[in-house]
Every structure is written in structure tokens, then in C-alpha cells.
Design a protein around this ligand. Sequence first.
Ligand code: SF4
Length: 333
Amino acid sequence: MRHFTIPIFIPMQACPHRCIFCDQHAIAGHSAVPDAIAVKEIIRNHLATLPVDAQIEVGFFGGTFTGLPLARQEKLLHAVQPFVASGDVQSIRLSTRPDMIDDKVLELLLKMKVGTVELGAQSMDEEVLRLSERGHDAACVDRAAHKIKASGLRLGLQMMTGLPGDTPEKTLATAKKFVEMGANDVRIYPAVVVLGTPLADLYMRGEYIPQSLQEAVEQVATLVPIFESAGINIIRLGLHPSAGLLDGSALVAGPFHVSFGELVHTELWRQKLVLIEHPGNCDEVMIYVAASARNAAIGHKAANRRMLETHFKKVRFVADAALKNRDFYVDYR
Ligand code: SF4
């Protein structure tokens, strides 16, 4: 069954301060917090375009949902209840900061049938959190994650790579900590320099160097297998392509790519396919892969096929229903 999330953006109004990399207005492309009427309208408009048999959730993204006054949270969540009651919407998720989770909030979320809470954790390294001006420490993420899991809600965790003070080792340690904390879902975003943010000022002064696209792709490719082998659902790799990022008007520097996730999966396949040896007496190589993995195996803009075509006259990727994930075998002709 196909899954869809109806996104409702809550801009950064509820944030106690501003993280160094964030301009939620530029990223989300929205600036007003919707009211209950607007929430209902957004849901109705999306439902009209979605298949009737789809699995549908409503997601409140963008800001710090649980930083809004409780009465306001209740109003927004209340607006979703008729759609949940009718069965048109099956679940609700929201994203928030770890320091905005307490017992009262969790009680409300459970009452309002929220299924998943996503925490913007970004890093579990104290120095990275401090330099990114997150305003909370790693223990705060741990506490919030524990409370969410203990309440029975699903836990989503968001992490970033390439923040000030970050290293590949710290990023790897963050991913391992996410597994320990029992994340159900993760999102991974390489840090990009967005216009009007304090990070852009640092960059302009030469005090921050963002990751290159290649560095970010290779680093995120080291994280994906950690989450996959722990059975954690990777919801997103790379920032959503808002208008400002797409046309470049909000992007100052950094590894933004509209198909970032595809690049990461291409890299994961490249690392395997590059090991294929040429036996010396054939022109054609057939690579058998799971049907769902065929596009990723061929690679973004056929990068992996083109790599193999430098050794073989003909390269074919063939779906084999018996294969899963990134398993493959090779036949030569
Ligand atoms: S908590 Fe999230 S929305 Fe708020 S300033 Fe930080 S990154 Fe932006």
C-alpha cells in the first residue's frame, strides 16, 4: 500500500531561539502558522488528490510544534481528529525540539492520537551542539527520546552532517547513539548554508567551510547501512527542495542537491559494483539485482552503468525477484 504524508508547516515562531543554520522561512517557503481552519483545508485539498486506498498521515513539520502554547497545539491537532475518526487519515506525526518534550505535552499528543514524534537532534556531540547554538545538550535529546519511547509513541530522529565542529567520527557516533536510543525513523540532512542565517555570516567570514557534495554523499553513505541493519526506517536523505533552494536564491553554499538521496544510493552501489572483475574473455556483463534496487544500482544519471561500461562493452542490469536490498550476482557473456 502506498504511503503519503500531508505536510503542514509550522514556521519557527515557537523556537526559543535560532539555531545557527536555520532559516525555516527560507527552507519551508511559508511564514504564517496555519490555524485550525487552514489545517482542515490543507488536509481536504490533499485528500482530494490522493488515492482512496492510500495510507495517509498528517505531518506537522518545520518548527517546534510542542513549543506552541498547549491550547494552540490542541486546536491544531483537534482539526485533524475528524479525518482520523473517518479513517481518511491513519496517523499524525510532528517534529519538535528535544527540550520541548515533557509529560503534559506527551499526554496531549497521546490524547490526540499522534503516532510519531520526530526530534531535531542534529548531533549527539556536545561541541557540535554548542557551536550550532542548538540551546540543548546531548543528554536532553537522550531524555526526550526516552520519554517518547516510554509513552508508546514512535520516535523519529533527525541528524545533520557537516555542522561546525563536526567530523566523520562524531557523525558516526551520533548514528550509533540513535540506534541505541531506539529510533524508529531517521532523516539525515547535510548542513547547507542558507541566506540570512548566522551560518552564512560565519561562511562569509571564512570561519565555516561546508562539506563538498561528494564529501556529504560519501559520509551519509557510511550512515545508511548502520540504520538499515538496525531496521530503522530512513525517511529522508537531504533537504526538501524548496523554491529558494531550487532556484538558488536562498542557497549560499553547501552540498544541496535535489536528488541527494539518489546520489547516496548510487554511491552505496558503486562501492559494490566497482569490485566486479573482468574475466578477460567476455563482452557483456549481466548484473542481477532486486527489482526495487535496479534504478539505484544503475545509479543517478546511469553513473554506475557508465563506470562499468569503461570495462565491458555491454552492461545489463536485470531484476531478480529472489534478491533483496543490495544483494546481487553477476553473469558474463
Ligand atoms: S529548532 Fe528547528 S526550527 Fe527552530 S531554529 Fe532550530 S532548526 Fe530552526
